[in-house]
Ligand binder design. Sequence first.
Ligand code: OGA
Ligand code: MN
Length: 258
Amino acid sequence: MRVLCVGRPPLTQNAGQAPKKPDNQRAADGAVPPEDPAMSHNPNLPALPPDRLEPVLAALRASGWGVFPDFFAPELMADLRHELWGRAEQDQLRPAGVGKEGQRLSAVRGDYIRWLNGATPPQRRFLAAMEALRLRVNRELLLGLEDLECHFAHYPPGAGYARHLDSFDSNNLRRLTVVAYLNPQWTPADGGQMRIFDGEAVIAEVQPRSGALVCFISEEIAHEVVATQRHRASIAGWFRVRPLTAQADALGGQVLAG
Ligand code: OGA
Ligand code: MN
């Protein structure tokens, strides 16, 4: 599986960036390295038990979306959280952009991101779990998913992400969205919920609690992130199909003939 890295706009100095020193709120999260008790130092832990994918496949078949509260092992989430907060403190996150031009519009989207590239053991375990999902989805739902692009996301207090679809036009190759949450404790009063819509109706409100996976068909499921009251950590990813020209090449150019 290829993991893609996409260029980001330059960071403006400390623009709403995570505080350099742990503040009280982050300490209360248990989210600051190196004090996270759930962290694992065993890189050989299996990323995914064998039966973990059944409900995901069933939900995608039935409705095109699903929420799975204990999908990931707590140790893996703790390791990823530790990595994310460490990178935030080292100024390695960048303000996320919106749309094809990657413009910064913090009224639309206020998170800070860093693309995964498989550089660390926790990232590789996460990507291995997602690869198992990709293979299974391709085998059973025939989506032809080719690769995964995914990033860490830090939403500082006040940040959210307005209602959107992840696949915004016909050129977009994103087909299946995955979001993994890294926050050990979360209550409804903390905000930061992901809302899933059916038309104007909210059909799910997901607390971004550690271990949870949200998975949905990118072109179909509108969603938003309610403004968060606390530092909020997640990984968002998109499985993509190959561009049509590449598919045509693979078929010997037949699709483009005429
Ligand atoms: C996204 C997104 C949701 C979340 O990054 O496109 O919708 O809950 N993220 O972090
Ligand atoms: Mn989204």
